[in-house]
Design a protein around this ligand. Structure first.
Ligand SMILES: [Zn+2]
Length: 120
């Protein structure tokens, strides 16, 4: 009986962690001054929403622009593809909130490619 109960709790906790990771990423995207700094450094003057991709150097126009963490953040602690079995949030949050020098502005295409390579 006890086993059944704890199984149910684990399931609930997992989805809570998923949501926490998602919300933290959203807050980072909206409010991180470091993210804004990284974007500003790649802004193309005179082109609305235009940025230079740091990989292919092509002009990317929003929303085709992503800010990438050079060091992979990982889905979330405890997830299947978390970084080397990481289960605690401190390292994850630290990587998420890295300084502007730990970020790069990429076009969607390059970012997609990088993310795919990292999850291999
Ligand atoms: Zn690119």
């Amino acid at each position: 009986m006890k086993k059944k109960k704890s199984k149910g709790n684990t399931k609930k906790q997992k989805s809570l962690e998923e949501r926490m990771a998602q919300e933290l990423r959203t807050v980072w995207r909206r409010y991180s001054p470091e993210r804004k700094k990284a974007l500003a450094s790649r802004k193309v003057r005179g082109v609305a929403g235009g940025f230079l991709c740091q990989w292919c150097n092509a002009l990317a126009i929003k929303p085709n622009v992503d800010v990438d963490h050079i060091v992979r953040v990982g889905t979330r602690p405890g997830s299947r593809n978390a970084i080397s079995g990481e289960t605690d949030w401190n390292g994850w949050i630290e990587r998420l909130t890295v300084g502007a020098s730990g970020l790069q502005v990429l076009c969607k295409c390059c970012h997609k490619y990088k993310t795919k390579e990292e999850s291999k």
